[in-house]
Design a protein around this ligand. Structure first.
Ligand code: GCV
Length: 606
């Protein structure tokens, strides 16, 4: 019998012993019985993921629905929250977690240790940790787990070939938690089999994918599908054969269709070999330019997965215009729980307030699925910083119900994770998380400017690190001003938006301050809505961001966090403070040297 030493993260409401079940409804029964809850279960297969908790505590639902119902009931009891009433149905059928784990055991943009799944080119996992992960995911409703990196590197291509028996064993473990596996595949995989091309319109290629996919489904009949990164950052794709992405995606989708699998095709496609001297190519325009004209050409089982902003998970971006453009295509929005540009799970950055903004602008009905890059790893607490688990927890519940309020999600996480806290302590933890993103934003790149991060690893400041590089990520700061005009008179990016968003951003004076430098080029002495000049606002934000981080550190020290969370969180907070000060001083010095403007309050500029 597998047991875990201590209930990790928010799973404090479950016993340490782990279920050894093989189907979700059995897991539901096991969890309820072991938690001492006498709740009858009624399985109504037609309900799928949905469930209803009756007045008498009976749970009715599909095979996965009863499992979600069981977890919600136990969570609500532990957090002393009212039980959800009426039928609870997830907004999206696919609530996906994309892990960027490499077969060699490292994780691309991973900040919680090595891979939970792989080591040395093969599967190497602790079955108890897999079951714990299954529990974590199912408890918040995540139902698809893509185990390997979208950059299919090293031996990862073998996963759907001789790696199938092992993949099938892993799928068995997760099946008990209603979690279906997905795999990232290499578009050029047929080239490994003596086929001289990966052209999606070539019959030999189509046949190879159809036959290989039959073998995959013979091993794992409920695989959720394939995830593909093509023609992006040097990955192979249909462009090499003069084909477009509808040709590429549909070819794979047709191999999956007989098995009910989804083909999830990422839209992170842009020119990563740009000349910084070129002022006409504007990277945020790329995804819309490639995909919007293809609307209506994708097969039913294709889902286009689009990053929430037009760049790449920056601290603040507007919603991607592509998400608003394709009305005849199934779409998924992609978030990144791994804090690549948002503090590496060292600095605090709770994401729900950002998701709320994206959904408020996009509208939940614009997408048919949701995905997030995972923040998991082999660290004892799974997410590096114990508070980074709040992002995984909240993501699952948000994917289930995108109308959820950020504060409610974070507060539920806090109450489940630290049941020893008083009401006051719960409130200060929640306040801290709720303002963590705003604080991080204040001490990093100003007002939606993006890309002032250190190029080597993406942690810490590097104001000019991306300025003369090939990635299409420029701020164009000089002695007069900073930013790129993305309106009709500039690059024209703004024209990719529907009218109501265009109107929000197009006038520099009325554009919200938070995105001012995303959309406009401004002079340092331009005056913002609050009467401050741009340069003074940059200085003020950076000083204030550090002061607020210091206040957060004080709050953290006063919380009765249990060990080892306390030691880990305090040590990371010291690193966050050092990082915040470095950002403040480098960004302020950078703009001071260009503008020559003193700080109105005489604070040190270097
Ligand atoms: C998986 C960014 C990251 C890459 C990542 C890529 C993507 O560019 O830095 O590590 O690659 O996004 O989302 O495909």
């Amino acid at each position: 019998m597998d047991t875990i030493k201590e209930a990790p993260c928010w799973l404090t409401f479950l016993p340490g012993e782990l279920p050894q079940t093989s189907a979700p409804e059995e897991t539901a029964r096991w969890e309820l019985a072991h938690a001492g809850a006498r709740c009858p279960l009624r399985v109504d297969e037609a309900m799928g993921d949905a469930f209803e908790i009756g007045e008498d505590g009976a749970i009715t639902g599909g095979r996965t629905g009863v499992l979600y119902g069981a977890y919600r009931l136990l969570m609500a009891r532990a957090a002393k929250e009212p039980l959800p009433r009426g039928v609870q149905r997830p907004r999206y059928a696919l609530r996906m977690l994309n892990c960027w784990d490499n077969a060699e055991g490292d994780i691309e943009r991973g900040y919680s240790g090595r891979s939970l799944f792989f080591e040395g080119g093969r599967f190497a996992y602790d079955p108890a940790r897999m079951r714990t992960l299954g529990r974590m995911l199912a408890s918040v409703g995540v139902n698809v787990l893509c185990v390997n990196n979208v950059n299919v590197l090293g031996p990862a291509w073998r996963l759907i070939e001789d790696g199938l028996p092992e993949l099938a064993r892993l799928a068995d473990i997760f099946r008990a938690f209603g979690v279906r596996l997905m795999v990232s595949i290499d578009f050029a995989q047929p080239l490994r089999h003596g086929i001289p091309t990966a052209d999606p319109l070539d019959e030999r290629v189509q046949r190879w994918w159809a036959e290989q996919t039959d073998k995959v489904y013979a091993a794992i009949p409920d695989l959720a599908g394939y995830l593909v990164k093509a023609d992006s950052e040097h990955r192979p794709g249909p462009f090499a054969y003069g084909r477009d992405h509808a040709d590429g995606a549909n070819m794979l989708a047709r191999a999956l269709a007989p098995h009910g699998g989804a083909l999830v095709w990422r839209c992170f496609v842009y020119n990563c070999q740009q000349d910084w001297r070129d002022r006409k190519t504007d990277r945020p325009m790329a995804a819309y330019t490639h995909y919007a004209p293809l609307d209506g050409r994708f097969d039913e089982n294709v889902i286009l997965q689009v990053k929430h902003g037009p760049f790449d998970f920056q601290v603040r971006e507007p919603v991607s215009p592509l998400l608003l453009a394709m009305k005849q295509t199934r779409m998924a929005v992609e978030f990144q729980l791994a804090q690549e540009y948002t503090g590496h799970q060292i600095d605090l950055y709770a994401m729900p307030p950002m998701w709320r903004e994206v959904f408020d602008d996009m509208g939940a009905e614009r997408v048919q699925a949701i995905a997030a890059v995972g923040n998991l790893g082999r660290d004892e607490n799974y997410t590096g910083h114990p508070f980074a688990a709040a992002n995984l927890f909240s993501y699952g519940l948000f994917a289930w119900d995108p109308d959820a309020e950020p504060r409610a999600l974070l507060s539920l996480w806090g109450r489940l994770t630290y049941p020893n806290f008083s009401e006051r302590e719960q409130r200060s933890l929640c306040d801290m998380l709720m303002e963590s993103r705003a604080i991080y934003e204040q001490y990093t790149a100003p007002l939606g400017l993006c890309w002032m991060v250190c190029r080597d690893g993406h942690y810490g400041p590097g104001p000019d690190d991306y300025e003369y590089a090939a990635w299409g990520t420029y701020h164009r700061a000089d002695r007069d001003g900073v930013g790129i005009d993305r309106t009709a008179s500039g690059t024209g990016y703004l024209m990719q938006y529907p009218d109501w968003l265009r109107e929000r951003y197009e006038d520099a004076a009325r554009c919200p301050d938070a995105l001012k430098l995303f959309f406009h080029r401004m002079r340092y002495d331009d005056v913002l809505s609050d009467g401050r000049t741009l340069i003074q606002r940059i200085y003020d934000d950076h000083f204030e961001g550090v002061e607020r981080a210091e206040a957060m550190a004080k709050t953290l020290r006063a919380l009765p966090l249990p060990s080892p969370d306390r030691e880990v969180a305090l040590e990371r907070m010291e690193r966050q403070l050092a990082n915040a000060r470095e950002w403040r001083d480098q960004v302020n010095a950078f703009f001071h040297r260009y503008s020559g403007a003193p700080d109105a309050h005489g604070r040190p500029l270097y």
